[in-house]
Design a protein around this ligand. Sequence first.
Ligand code: ADP
Ligand code: MG
Length: 237
Amino acid sequence: MRGVQKWYGEFQVLRDIDLEVAKGERIVICGPSGSGKSTLIRCLNSLEQYQQGSIMVDGIDLGGHAGNIQAVRAEVGMVFQQFNLFPHMTVLENCMLAPMKVRKVTRDRARELALKYLERVRIPDQADKYPAQLSGGQQQRVAIARALCMTPRIMLFDEPTSALDPEMVKEVLDTMIGLAQDGMTMLCVTHEMGFARSVADRVIFMDGGRIVEQAPPDTFFSNPRHERLREFLGQIL
Ligand code: ADP
Ligand code: MG
């Protein structure tokens, strides 16, 4: 992202965002509510438009022609706070849909992929259930498996554990740690600072639509430079 600026009407939500993420890098983004974290990562798969600056994702210019949006969404997996599973489809069908529609893989291949990734998130036995029959933690693991079925090169997470009961947070974080260990490029909006410490290469603090501070976790937590970050860490740690 270079010099990205975004407004909702009169309100500027992203200010001068410059961000470069290397292949295999794990980024954690934190900051107060309303600071623009969701908007930033939603821009990365064209769920939001921006007005100035440029964004390139894996060589695809998001300011380019409309076909690029489809291309980038195929490469970038996204996991939301509210799971966003299709309620009328089984777990297996949720996982098979996008590979068939977007990647045009056969039904057999889509099923194979779905079972592989449900195995990976350790819930292959839930394949024929509907989302409402699963716990929140299981639903979120299905959402991760569904994203992985597109074999994305980058995964975006927007507060994936915030809607979960406390006892289910760990199973989702463990799944994300597994992905990180496999070398996935990840941008995670989360306030799980234990996760940030153990997994992130870089932690980013946003406030008022800006990236205010970024550093490796050691420095970020032990030596925060900006007063606003110190306040923020004081509130959440
Ligand atoms: P965060 O994820 O850090 O809580 P968001 O990116 O969701 O922040 O939102 C940043 C700001 O933009 C908030 O003040 C929010 O109210 C505003 N905002 C978000 N989405 C919209 C929208 N679709 N229209 C207008 N304002 C929005
Ligand atoms: Mg948000």
